[in-house]
Design a protein around this ligand. Structure first.
Ligand code: CO
Length: 152
């Protein structure tokens, strides 16, 4: 395994749309191992491939005893709402409130190319939404939640 360099939001790569993975080979497994190691070392709870300069639809999420590697993920169902502060390993010194679904159903492939459909709730759901947004060039502060009371 090897640590990868995490790019910051000043890098235009982070605003690009990532392409689907078509080859489920040993190289993909190595990349996923590196992503997990890089995420843990940076003390994050999620990392998407574009954050290490690879424009492919791959992300990892790890929080508490929840761990998920997602390849070509799609959120096929979302319900409820949770509003909480978010930050990002690619964004220094900035956090803001973001509204996310409380429960999602995510359709994805694992490192062996096996298809899965999984329901995810609460904090892990928010983390999955954040990472999947990276694959479309979306950063958390694009979705900043402004409280109605503060808006007036
Ligand atoms: Co992020």
């Amino acid at each position: 395994m090897a640590l990868r360099n995490i790019v910051l939001d000043t890098d235009p790569q982070l605003r690009k749309k990532s392409r689907e993975v078509v080859e489920f080979d040993a190289k993909l497994g190595k990349l996923l191992d590196d992503m997990r190691e890089t995420m843990i070392k940076a003390d994050g709870c999620g990392l998407a491939a574009p954050q290490i300069g690879i424009l492919r639809r791959i992300c990892v999420v790890e929080t508490g005893d929840f761990f998920l590697e997602m390849i070509n993920p799609k959120i096929i169902k979302a319900s409820g709402s949770q509003i909480s502060a978010e930050g990002c390993l690619s964004v220094k010194n900035r956090s803001c409130l973001v509204e996310r679904p409380k429960c999602i159903t995510v359709d994805y492939y694992d490192r062996h190319g096996k298809h899965h459909v999984k329901e995810v709730e609460n904090f892990p759901a928010k983390a999955c939404c954040h990472e999947i947004d990276h694959l479309d060039g979306i950063l958390f502060y694009d979705k900043e939640y402004i409280d109605d009371n503060k808006r007036r």
